[in-house]
Design a protein around this ligand. Structure first.
Ligand SMILES: [Zn+2]
Length: 177
């Protein structure tokens, strides 16, 4: 099992509506999830959607953990979600920084619901409900957008909310001191 190339912004697969997965317990789905987990680990990201490795299928991984880019991120086991859906639990929307493995060297402030209820199928075919807040809710909504052909830049309210990754790292280093 190997890692996969990440689709970069401009690839048409990132602009397609991904197809639902009929049987989450299918071996090919498990294999796809495994490849995505390896690719995510290799890239140091906190989430990945199947279209980002050129598979237009409704499968995402949410794997929040503290990293250089997100020092305050909560630690959670990498969670594979098949055919995920969500509903906001409140109307509260917050803006915070996001980046994307498919859009290197850029960061931007993106508005997202801060509290959501997520429904998905796991690789054993179980239907699960889980509530996410703040950073994890943000990662989920970012990955979910990839399944609908959207990237986070589509949600930026003002072009002035877009900065280089280098400036972003300077900014968070300042906040940590
Ligand atoms: Zn992304």
């Amino acid at each position: 099992m190997k890692t996969r190339e990440i689709a970069l912004l401009g690839e048409s697969v990132l602009r397609q509506i991904a197809q639902p997965i009929d049987d989450a317990t299918n071996f090919a789905v498990r294999e796809l999830a495994q490849t995505m987990l390896l690719t995510l680990e290799d890239s140091g990201g906190v989430g990945l959607a199947a279209p980002q490795i050129f598979e237009s299928k409704r499968l995402i991984i949410v794997a929040s953990k503290p990293t250089k880019r997100y020092p305050y991120a909560p630690e959670m086991p990498a969670t594979v979600m098949v055919n995920p859906e969500f509903t906001p639990l409140t109307d509260t929307i917050e803006k915070d920084w996001e980046g994307c493995l498919s859009i290197p060297s850029i960061r931007a402030l993106v508005p997202r619901y801060s509290s959501i209820r997520v429904c998905y199928t796991d690789l054993d075919g179980q239907q699960l409900d889980v509530d996410f807040q703040d950073f994890v809710a943000r990662v989920f909504q970012h990955e979910y957008d990839h399944l609908n052909g959207l990237v986070y830049l589509d949600r930026v309210e003002n072009n002035q909310d877009i900065i280089s990754e280098k400036m972003f790292l300077t900014l968070i280093a300042g906040e940590l001191n």
